[in-house]
Design a protein around this ligand. Sequence first.
Ligand SMILES: NC(=O)c1ccc[n+]([C@@H]2O[C@H](COP(=O)([O-])OP(=O)(O)OC[C@H]3O[C@@H](n4cnc5c(N)ncnc54)[C@H](OP(=O)(O)O)[C@@H]3O)[C@@H](O)[C@H]2O)c1
Length: 277
Amino acid sequence: MIKRESKHRILVLGVSGFLGSAIYKELFPYFRTYGTYNTSNKTLEKNHQFFQYNYEEDDIYEILEIVKPTIIISALRGDFSKQVMMHRHIAEYLLIENSKLIFLSSANVFDAYSKYPSYEQDKTLSNSIYGHFKIKIENMLLRLPKKKVAIIRLPMVFGPQSPRIDEILQLIDLNEPIEVFPNLIMNVTSSNKLTQQIHYIINRNKSGVFHLGSNDLVHHDDFVKEIIETLRLENKVIYKQVFTTNDERYLAVLPKFNKLPKHLQLVSQDILSELQK
Ligand SMILES: NC(=O)c1ccc[n+]([C@@H]2O[C@H](COP(=O)([O-])OP(=O)(O)OC[C@H]3O[C@@H](n4cnc5c(N)ncnc54)[C@H](OP(=O)(O)O)[C@@H]3O)[C@@H](O)[C@H]2O)c1
């Protein structure tokens, strides 16, 4: 039998998703870990640690009452205003219980600033509905006591089983073009690195705002081409270059104030090396 640490009870909201499932796999050998899924799924139903939960209809309190999590990890997508409401309920719970929230946010909270990469303490500003919604939740969480919240801002996440790589493979299979954005300068990360970083944040009881992207910057088109070369598919691919602006545009979240130890940092080449394995 696996001996789990009794230190934490962890609830992963969105355990059926790409990042939620990767986070669950990393944590469940060490902690009592529970999860929620929305879409009915026979395999997930069999796992008694998992709850079917739809934030558009169900009250999160019921699950919080059952699980009594000391750590809640929010890895959800979907309706923005309903998600804001759910996070408001979680914020109320955090204030009265011994519990902390790890919220997966996005580099899009800075998508209105295109001239520079962004750091943890920069003011957020977005032109997109998605970025606005993430800012709204972040601001609500930033009003809570600091130790109650870790906000994790992510750039595009890649990895062997990532939807982004799956999509590239599918498009190549269908002989369809792959869209690349030559003007977009970004940093990147992988689900493997992210799960290790979250494990560390839990173990060391870290809080605040984290920028968990690679230390280097890449052009979107170059990085996608490098992925395709790494997968040895360069002879089969058609590219469609998309120019959304005339100038180069940054969408990058770099760490400066809240850095993790060296072994938990990454460069974009690490993601390509992971794909080679
Ligand atoms: N992946 C990236 O590149 C990336 C980059 C930056 C930030 N992020 C952030 O990371 C988080 C996770 O992203 P992801 O790529 O892992 O997303 P994902 O694979 O699409 O997973 C989304 C999760 O949300 C659940 N969900 C959707 N609608 C729901 C509802 N009405 N009620 C309850 N649960 C619902 C889904 O459940 P079912 O599948 O069971 O329906 C699934 O578990 C998101 O907050 C995203 O903004 C991701």
